[in-house]
Design a protein around this ligand. Structure first.
Ligand code: 9MR
Length: 360
């Protein structure tokens, strides 16, 4: 009788151990976002260099794609003095400042693939880039001069990336960002975009992609990226332009920024834009996902779940889903608590709902 009791007790201990180890391995297998979505798509984040002095363990744990939040934008990498000194009015000089270096070095050393963001944008692009002799106060240059500048800007950037970070994998690049009006309805007018001021048509977009195709390293996919991409007029604008560029063989994907709110857009509206973009046959990436919580963490979690579910349905065309920021404290809209990780990196409801999608 006593032996039987000891036997039962030992079996109980064995079961307990099994349950515990399964539970632990379940936790281990599932608590990293990137690991949970392995085989489906990369999980990316935007990063600012500041964070790399304290947040690297967290970043390495959860993310396998990085977009520098500001450090590859034209105003970060275009060098006015260098351009004036040796640019002969057509060859803008590109140089990486310390913040850019910090981020690129981190990606290279930790073998984290990079999404480049961005070449052609109406914002964060210095005025002198469009002006005679690279002078702030000069006249606008001709289309012909601007074509040479655009080509050299793209060429010089890719060359510098290769030279200074030979082991860095640049797997995607936003060639053009936000070229359409906010809610759609056509290209941004000249009053909003110096690109339009110089070109007056979509020629700069076609040319930018053509040059990027010429100089991008192999494996680097070229994207058109925009926000409000789920609003009908904008969806159509992006779809039409992407189709045109696809016919020319110069684009690989459509970037859906995905700055969402719990009250707009609906999950269905978002998913139907994604369906339409996927129907082009191009890749699609979710490039800047965040969701304004609007005081309702549960609703935020639900929308995250729907967005990830929609992405999983198209996983064969989606190489990466990128969150715009690692955690609420560093978000560009931190008062809206838009990310799945809270101010102190705590796991929010949204985190758990995303993980449910991964397990499904
Ligand atoms: O998150 C970026 C923020 O730090 C900058 O101040 C801002 C300047 O324009 O750009 C933010 O990132 C934007 C991205 O480059 C393009 N899509 C919208 C993003 C949020 O504004």
């Amino acid at each position: 009788m006593r032996q039987a009791r000891i036997g039962i007790f030992l079996i109980f201990l064995l079961c307990l151990n099994l349950v515990q180890s399964n539970f632990l391995s379940f936790l281990q297998a599932s608590d990293s976002l990137k690991d949970a979505f392995q085989g489906k798509f990369k999980i990316g984040t935007s990063v600012s260099p500041n964070e790399l002095s304290y947040g690297t363990d967290f970043i390495k744990k959860h993310f396998n794609s990085i977009t520098p939040e500001n450090e590859l934008k034209p105003d970060s990498i275009l060098d006015q003095t260098g351009s004036q000194q040796s640019g002969n009015n057509v060859n803008p000089k590109v140089s990486f400042r310390s913040g850019t270096q910090t981020t690129l070095r981190f990606c290279e050393q930790n073998k984290i693939p990079l999404r480049g963001h961005t070449f052609v944008w109406h914002a964060q692009t210095p005025e002198w880039f469009f002006k005679e002799n690279f002078q702030q106060s000069g006249n606008f240059v001709s289309k012909d001069i601007m074509n040479q500048r655009l080509e050299n800007f793209i060429k010089n950037t890719f060359e510098l990336l290769k030279k200074d970070y030979p082991q860095l994998e640049v797997y995607a690049y936003d060639v053009c960002n936000e070229v359409f009006q906010g809610g759609g309805g056509g290209l941004r007018p000249a009053s909003e975009s110096k690109w339009m001021q110089v070109y007056g048509s979509d020629e700069y977009i076609v040319n930018a992609f053509t040059y990027a195709r010429k100089y991008a390293p192999s494996g680097c996919k070229l994207y058109i990226n925009d926000f409000n991409e789920y609003m009908n007029a904008k969806t159509q604008n992006i779809y039409d332009m992407a189709t045109k560029l696809k016919q020319k063989g110069v684009i690989d994907g459509i970037g859906m920024q995905s700055h969402l709110g719990v009250s707009f857009p609906s999950a269905q509206m978002y998913a139907s834009a994604l369906d339409k973009f996927a129907s082009t046959g191009l890749e699609v990436q979710i490039t800047e996902l965040d969701i304004n919580q609007e005081g309702n963490e549960q609703a935020q979690a639900s929308l995250y779940k729907e967005v990830f579910s929609a992405a999983v349905k198209h996983a064969n065309q989606i190489p990466a889903v990128t969150l715009w920021g690692t955690h609420d404290a560093v978000s560009w809209i931190k008062d809206k608590n838009p990310l799945p990780f809270g101010t102190n990196y705590e796991l929010k409801k949204a985190y758990y709902s995303i993980m449910q999608v991964a397990g499904a």
